[in-house]
Design a protein around this ligand. Structure first.
Ligand SMILES: Nc1ncnc2c1ncn2[C@@H]1O[C@H](COP(=O)(O)OP(=O)(O)OP(=O)(O)O)[C@@H](O)[C@H]1O
Ligand SMILES: [Mg+2]
Length: 277
């Protein structure tokens, strides 16, 4: 197939067809696979983004044996808390964006093979203003380019909402994983996101909705799953809650459990989806 041939990919999502035009560039046999960036993102807070980010990063590093970076972009630093008990706040996370610091210098091993962390710290509270003042819509995309030699997969844990940080993520990620808590409003929350992205204009990465904190005993959850049988899901689980006290990804202490299998299934779906681009 010649270089630069255009391919049209249609993503059916929440009733809307999102059409993306991509450049398909065949990879030479000797070429290394390109680094891919997976953002865990939602307009809503508390839906399980950090939980997904940590467990997908673990799956990438451990199940796929890929050199993986978990980049915590949220000043709340939940992903950092969950995976790096020894991390000390260095007030440097924002400096990466103002070009003072090479992101590679801030990437630290986590104790899990193949998995590094670029930790959040309180300096990220000023990130929104900094990004607004810089006015550079692709700052994060440029920073990610500097990580390409080192990592095959970067997982971004994003703060909720359509913030300046989210703008950067939408310009940089290869796929958006969007956790949704099942309810009759689940579809609406996805529709809201698609609406928001359409209103924002420009391109956006493909969206993979995933149900989070599913309790099949609840009628509304069961109905939501029936309505969207193609959305992968992770159940509500006390083992997942234990991540906060153990400060480990689920796979590190409950690898044989059902929710660990569910995260692994979702990771496999993500790998399949990004392999198509
Ligand atoms: N599948 C699950 N089962 C049980 N508890 C869960 C599950 N997923 C997430 N939680 C819990 O729900 C809470 C919120 O999860 P999490 O912090 O991942 O959400 P978030 O979307 O990142 O929140 P924020 O928008 O504040 O960043 C946490 O206490 C987490 O342990
Ligand atoms: Mg979070």
């Amino acid at each position: 197939m010649p270089c630069g041939l255009c391919a049209r990919i249609q993503i059916k999502l929440a009733g809307a067809i999102v059409t993306k035009v991509t450049q398909t560039v065949p990879m030479a046999k000797s070429e290394k696979p390109k680094m891919k960036t997976i953002a865990v993102y939602s307009l809503k807070g508390g839906v399980g983004k950090s939980t997904f980010a940590v467990n997908l990063a673990w799956a990438s590093a451990t199940l796929s044996a890929r050199r993986t970076l978990l980049w915590d972009l949220d000043p709340q630093a939940a992903a950092t808390f969950l995976i790096a008990p020894a991390a000390k706040a260095r007030d440097a996370a924002r400096a990466v964006f103002s070009r003072n610091v090479d992101p590679v210098e801030l990437c630290c091993p986590t104790g899990i093979a193949n998995l590094d962390l670029l930790a959040a710290d309180p300096s990220l509270h000023g990130l929104e203003r900094l990004l607004f003042e810089l006015g550079k819509k692709k700052r994060l995309a440029r920073l990610l380019e500097s990580l390409e030699k080192r990592y095959e997969r970067v997982i971004l844990d994003c703060p909720p909402g359509l913030t300046e940080t989210a703008e950067q993520v939408l310009n940089a990620a290869d796929i958006l994983v969007v956790p949704v808590i099942p309810s009759p409003l689940a579809r609406k929350s996805l529709d809201d996101l698609v609406e928001t992205l359409i209103r924002r204009g420009g391109k956006h990465p493909p969206i993979l909705p995933v149900f989070s904190m599913v309790d099949r005993r609840r009628k509304l959850h069961a109905q939501a799953l029936e309505t969207h049988p193609d959305w992968p899901h992770v159940g509500y689980s006390s083992l997942i809650e234990q991540m906060g006290t153990r400060r480990l990804p689920l796979g590190a202490f409950g690898g044989q459990s059902l929710p660990a299998e569910q995260f692994a299934t979702i990771w496999a779906a993500i790998e399949r989806r990004i392999a198509r681009d």
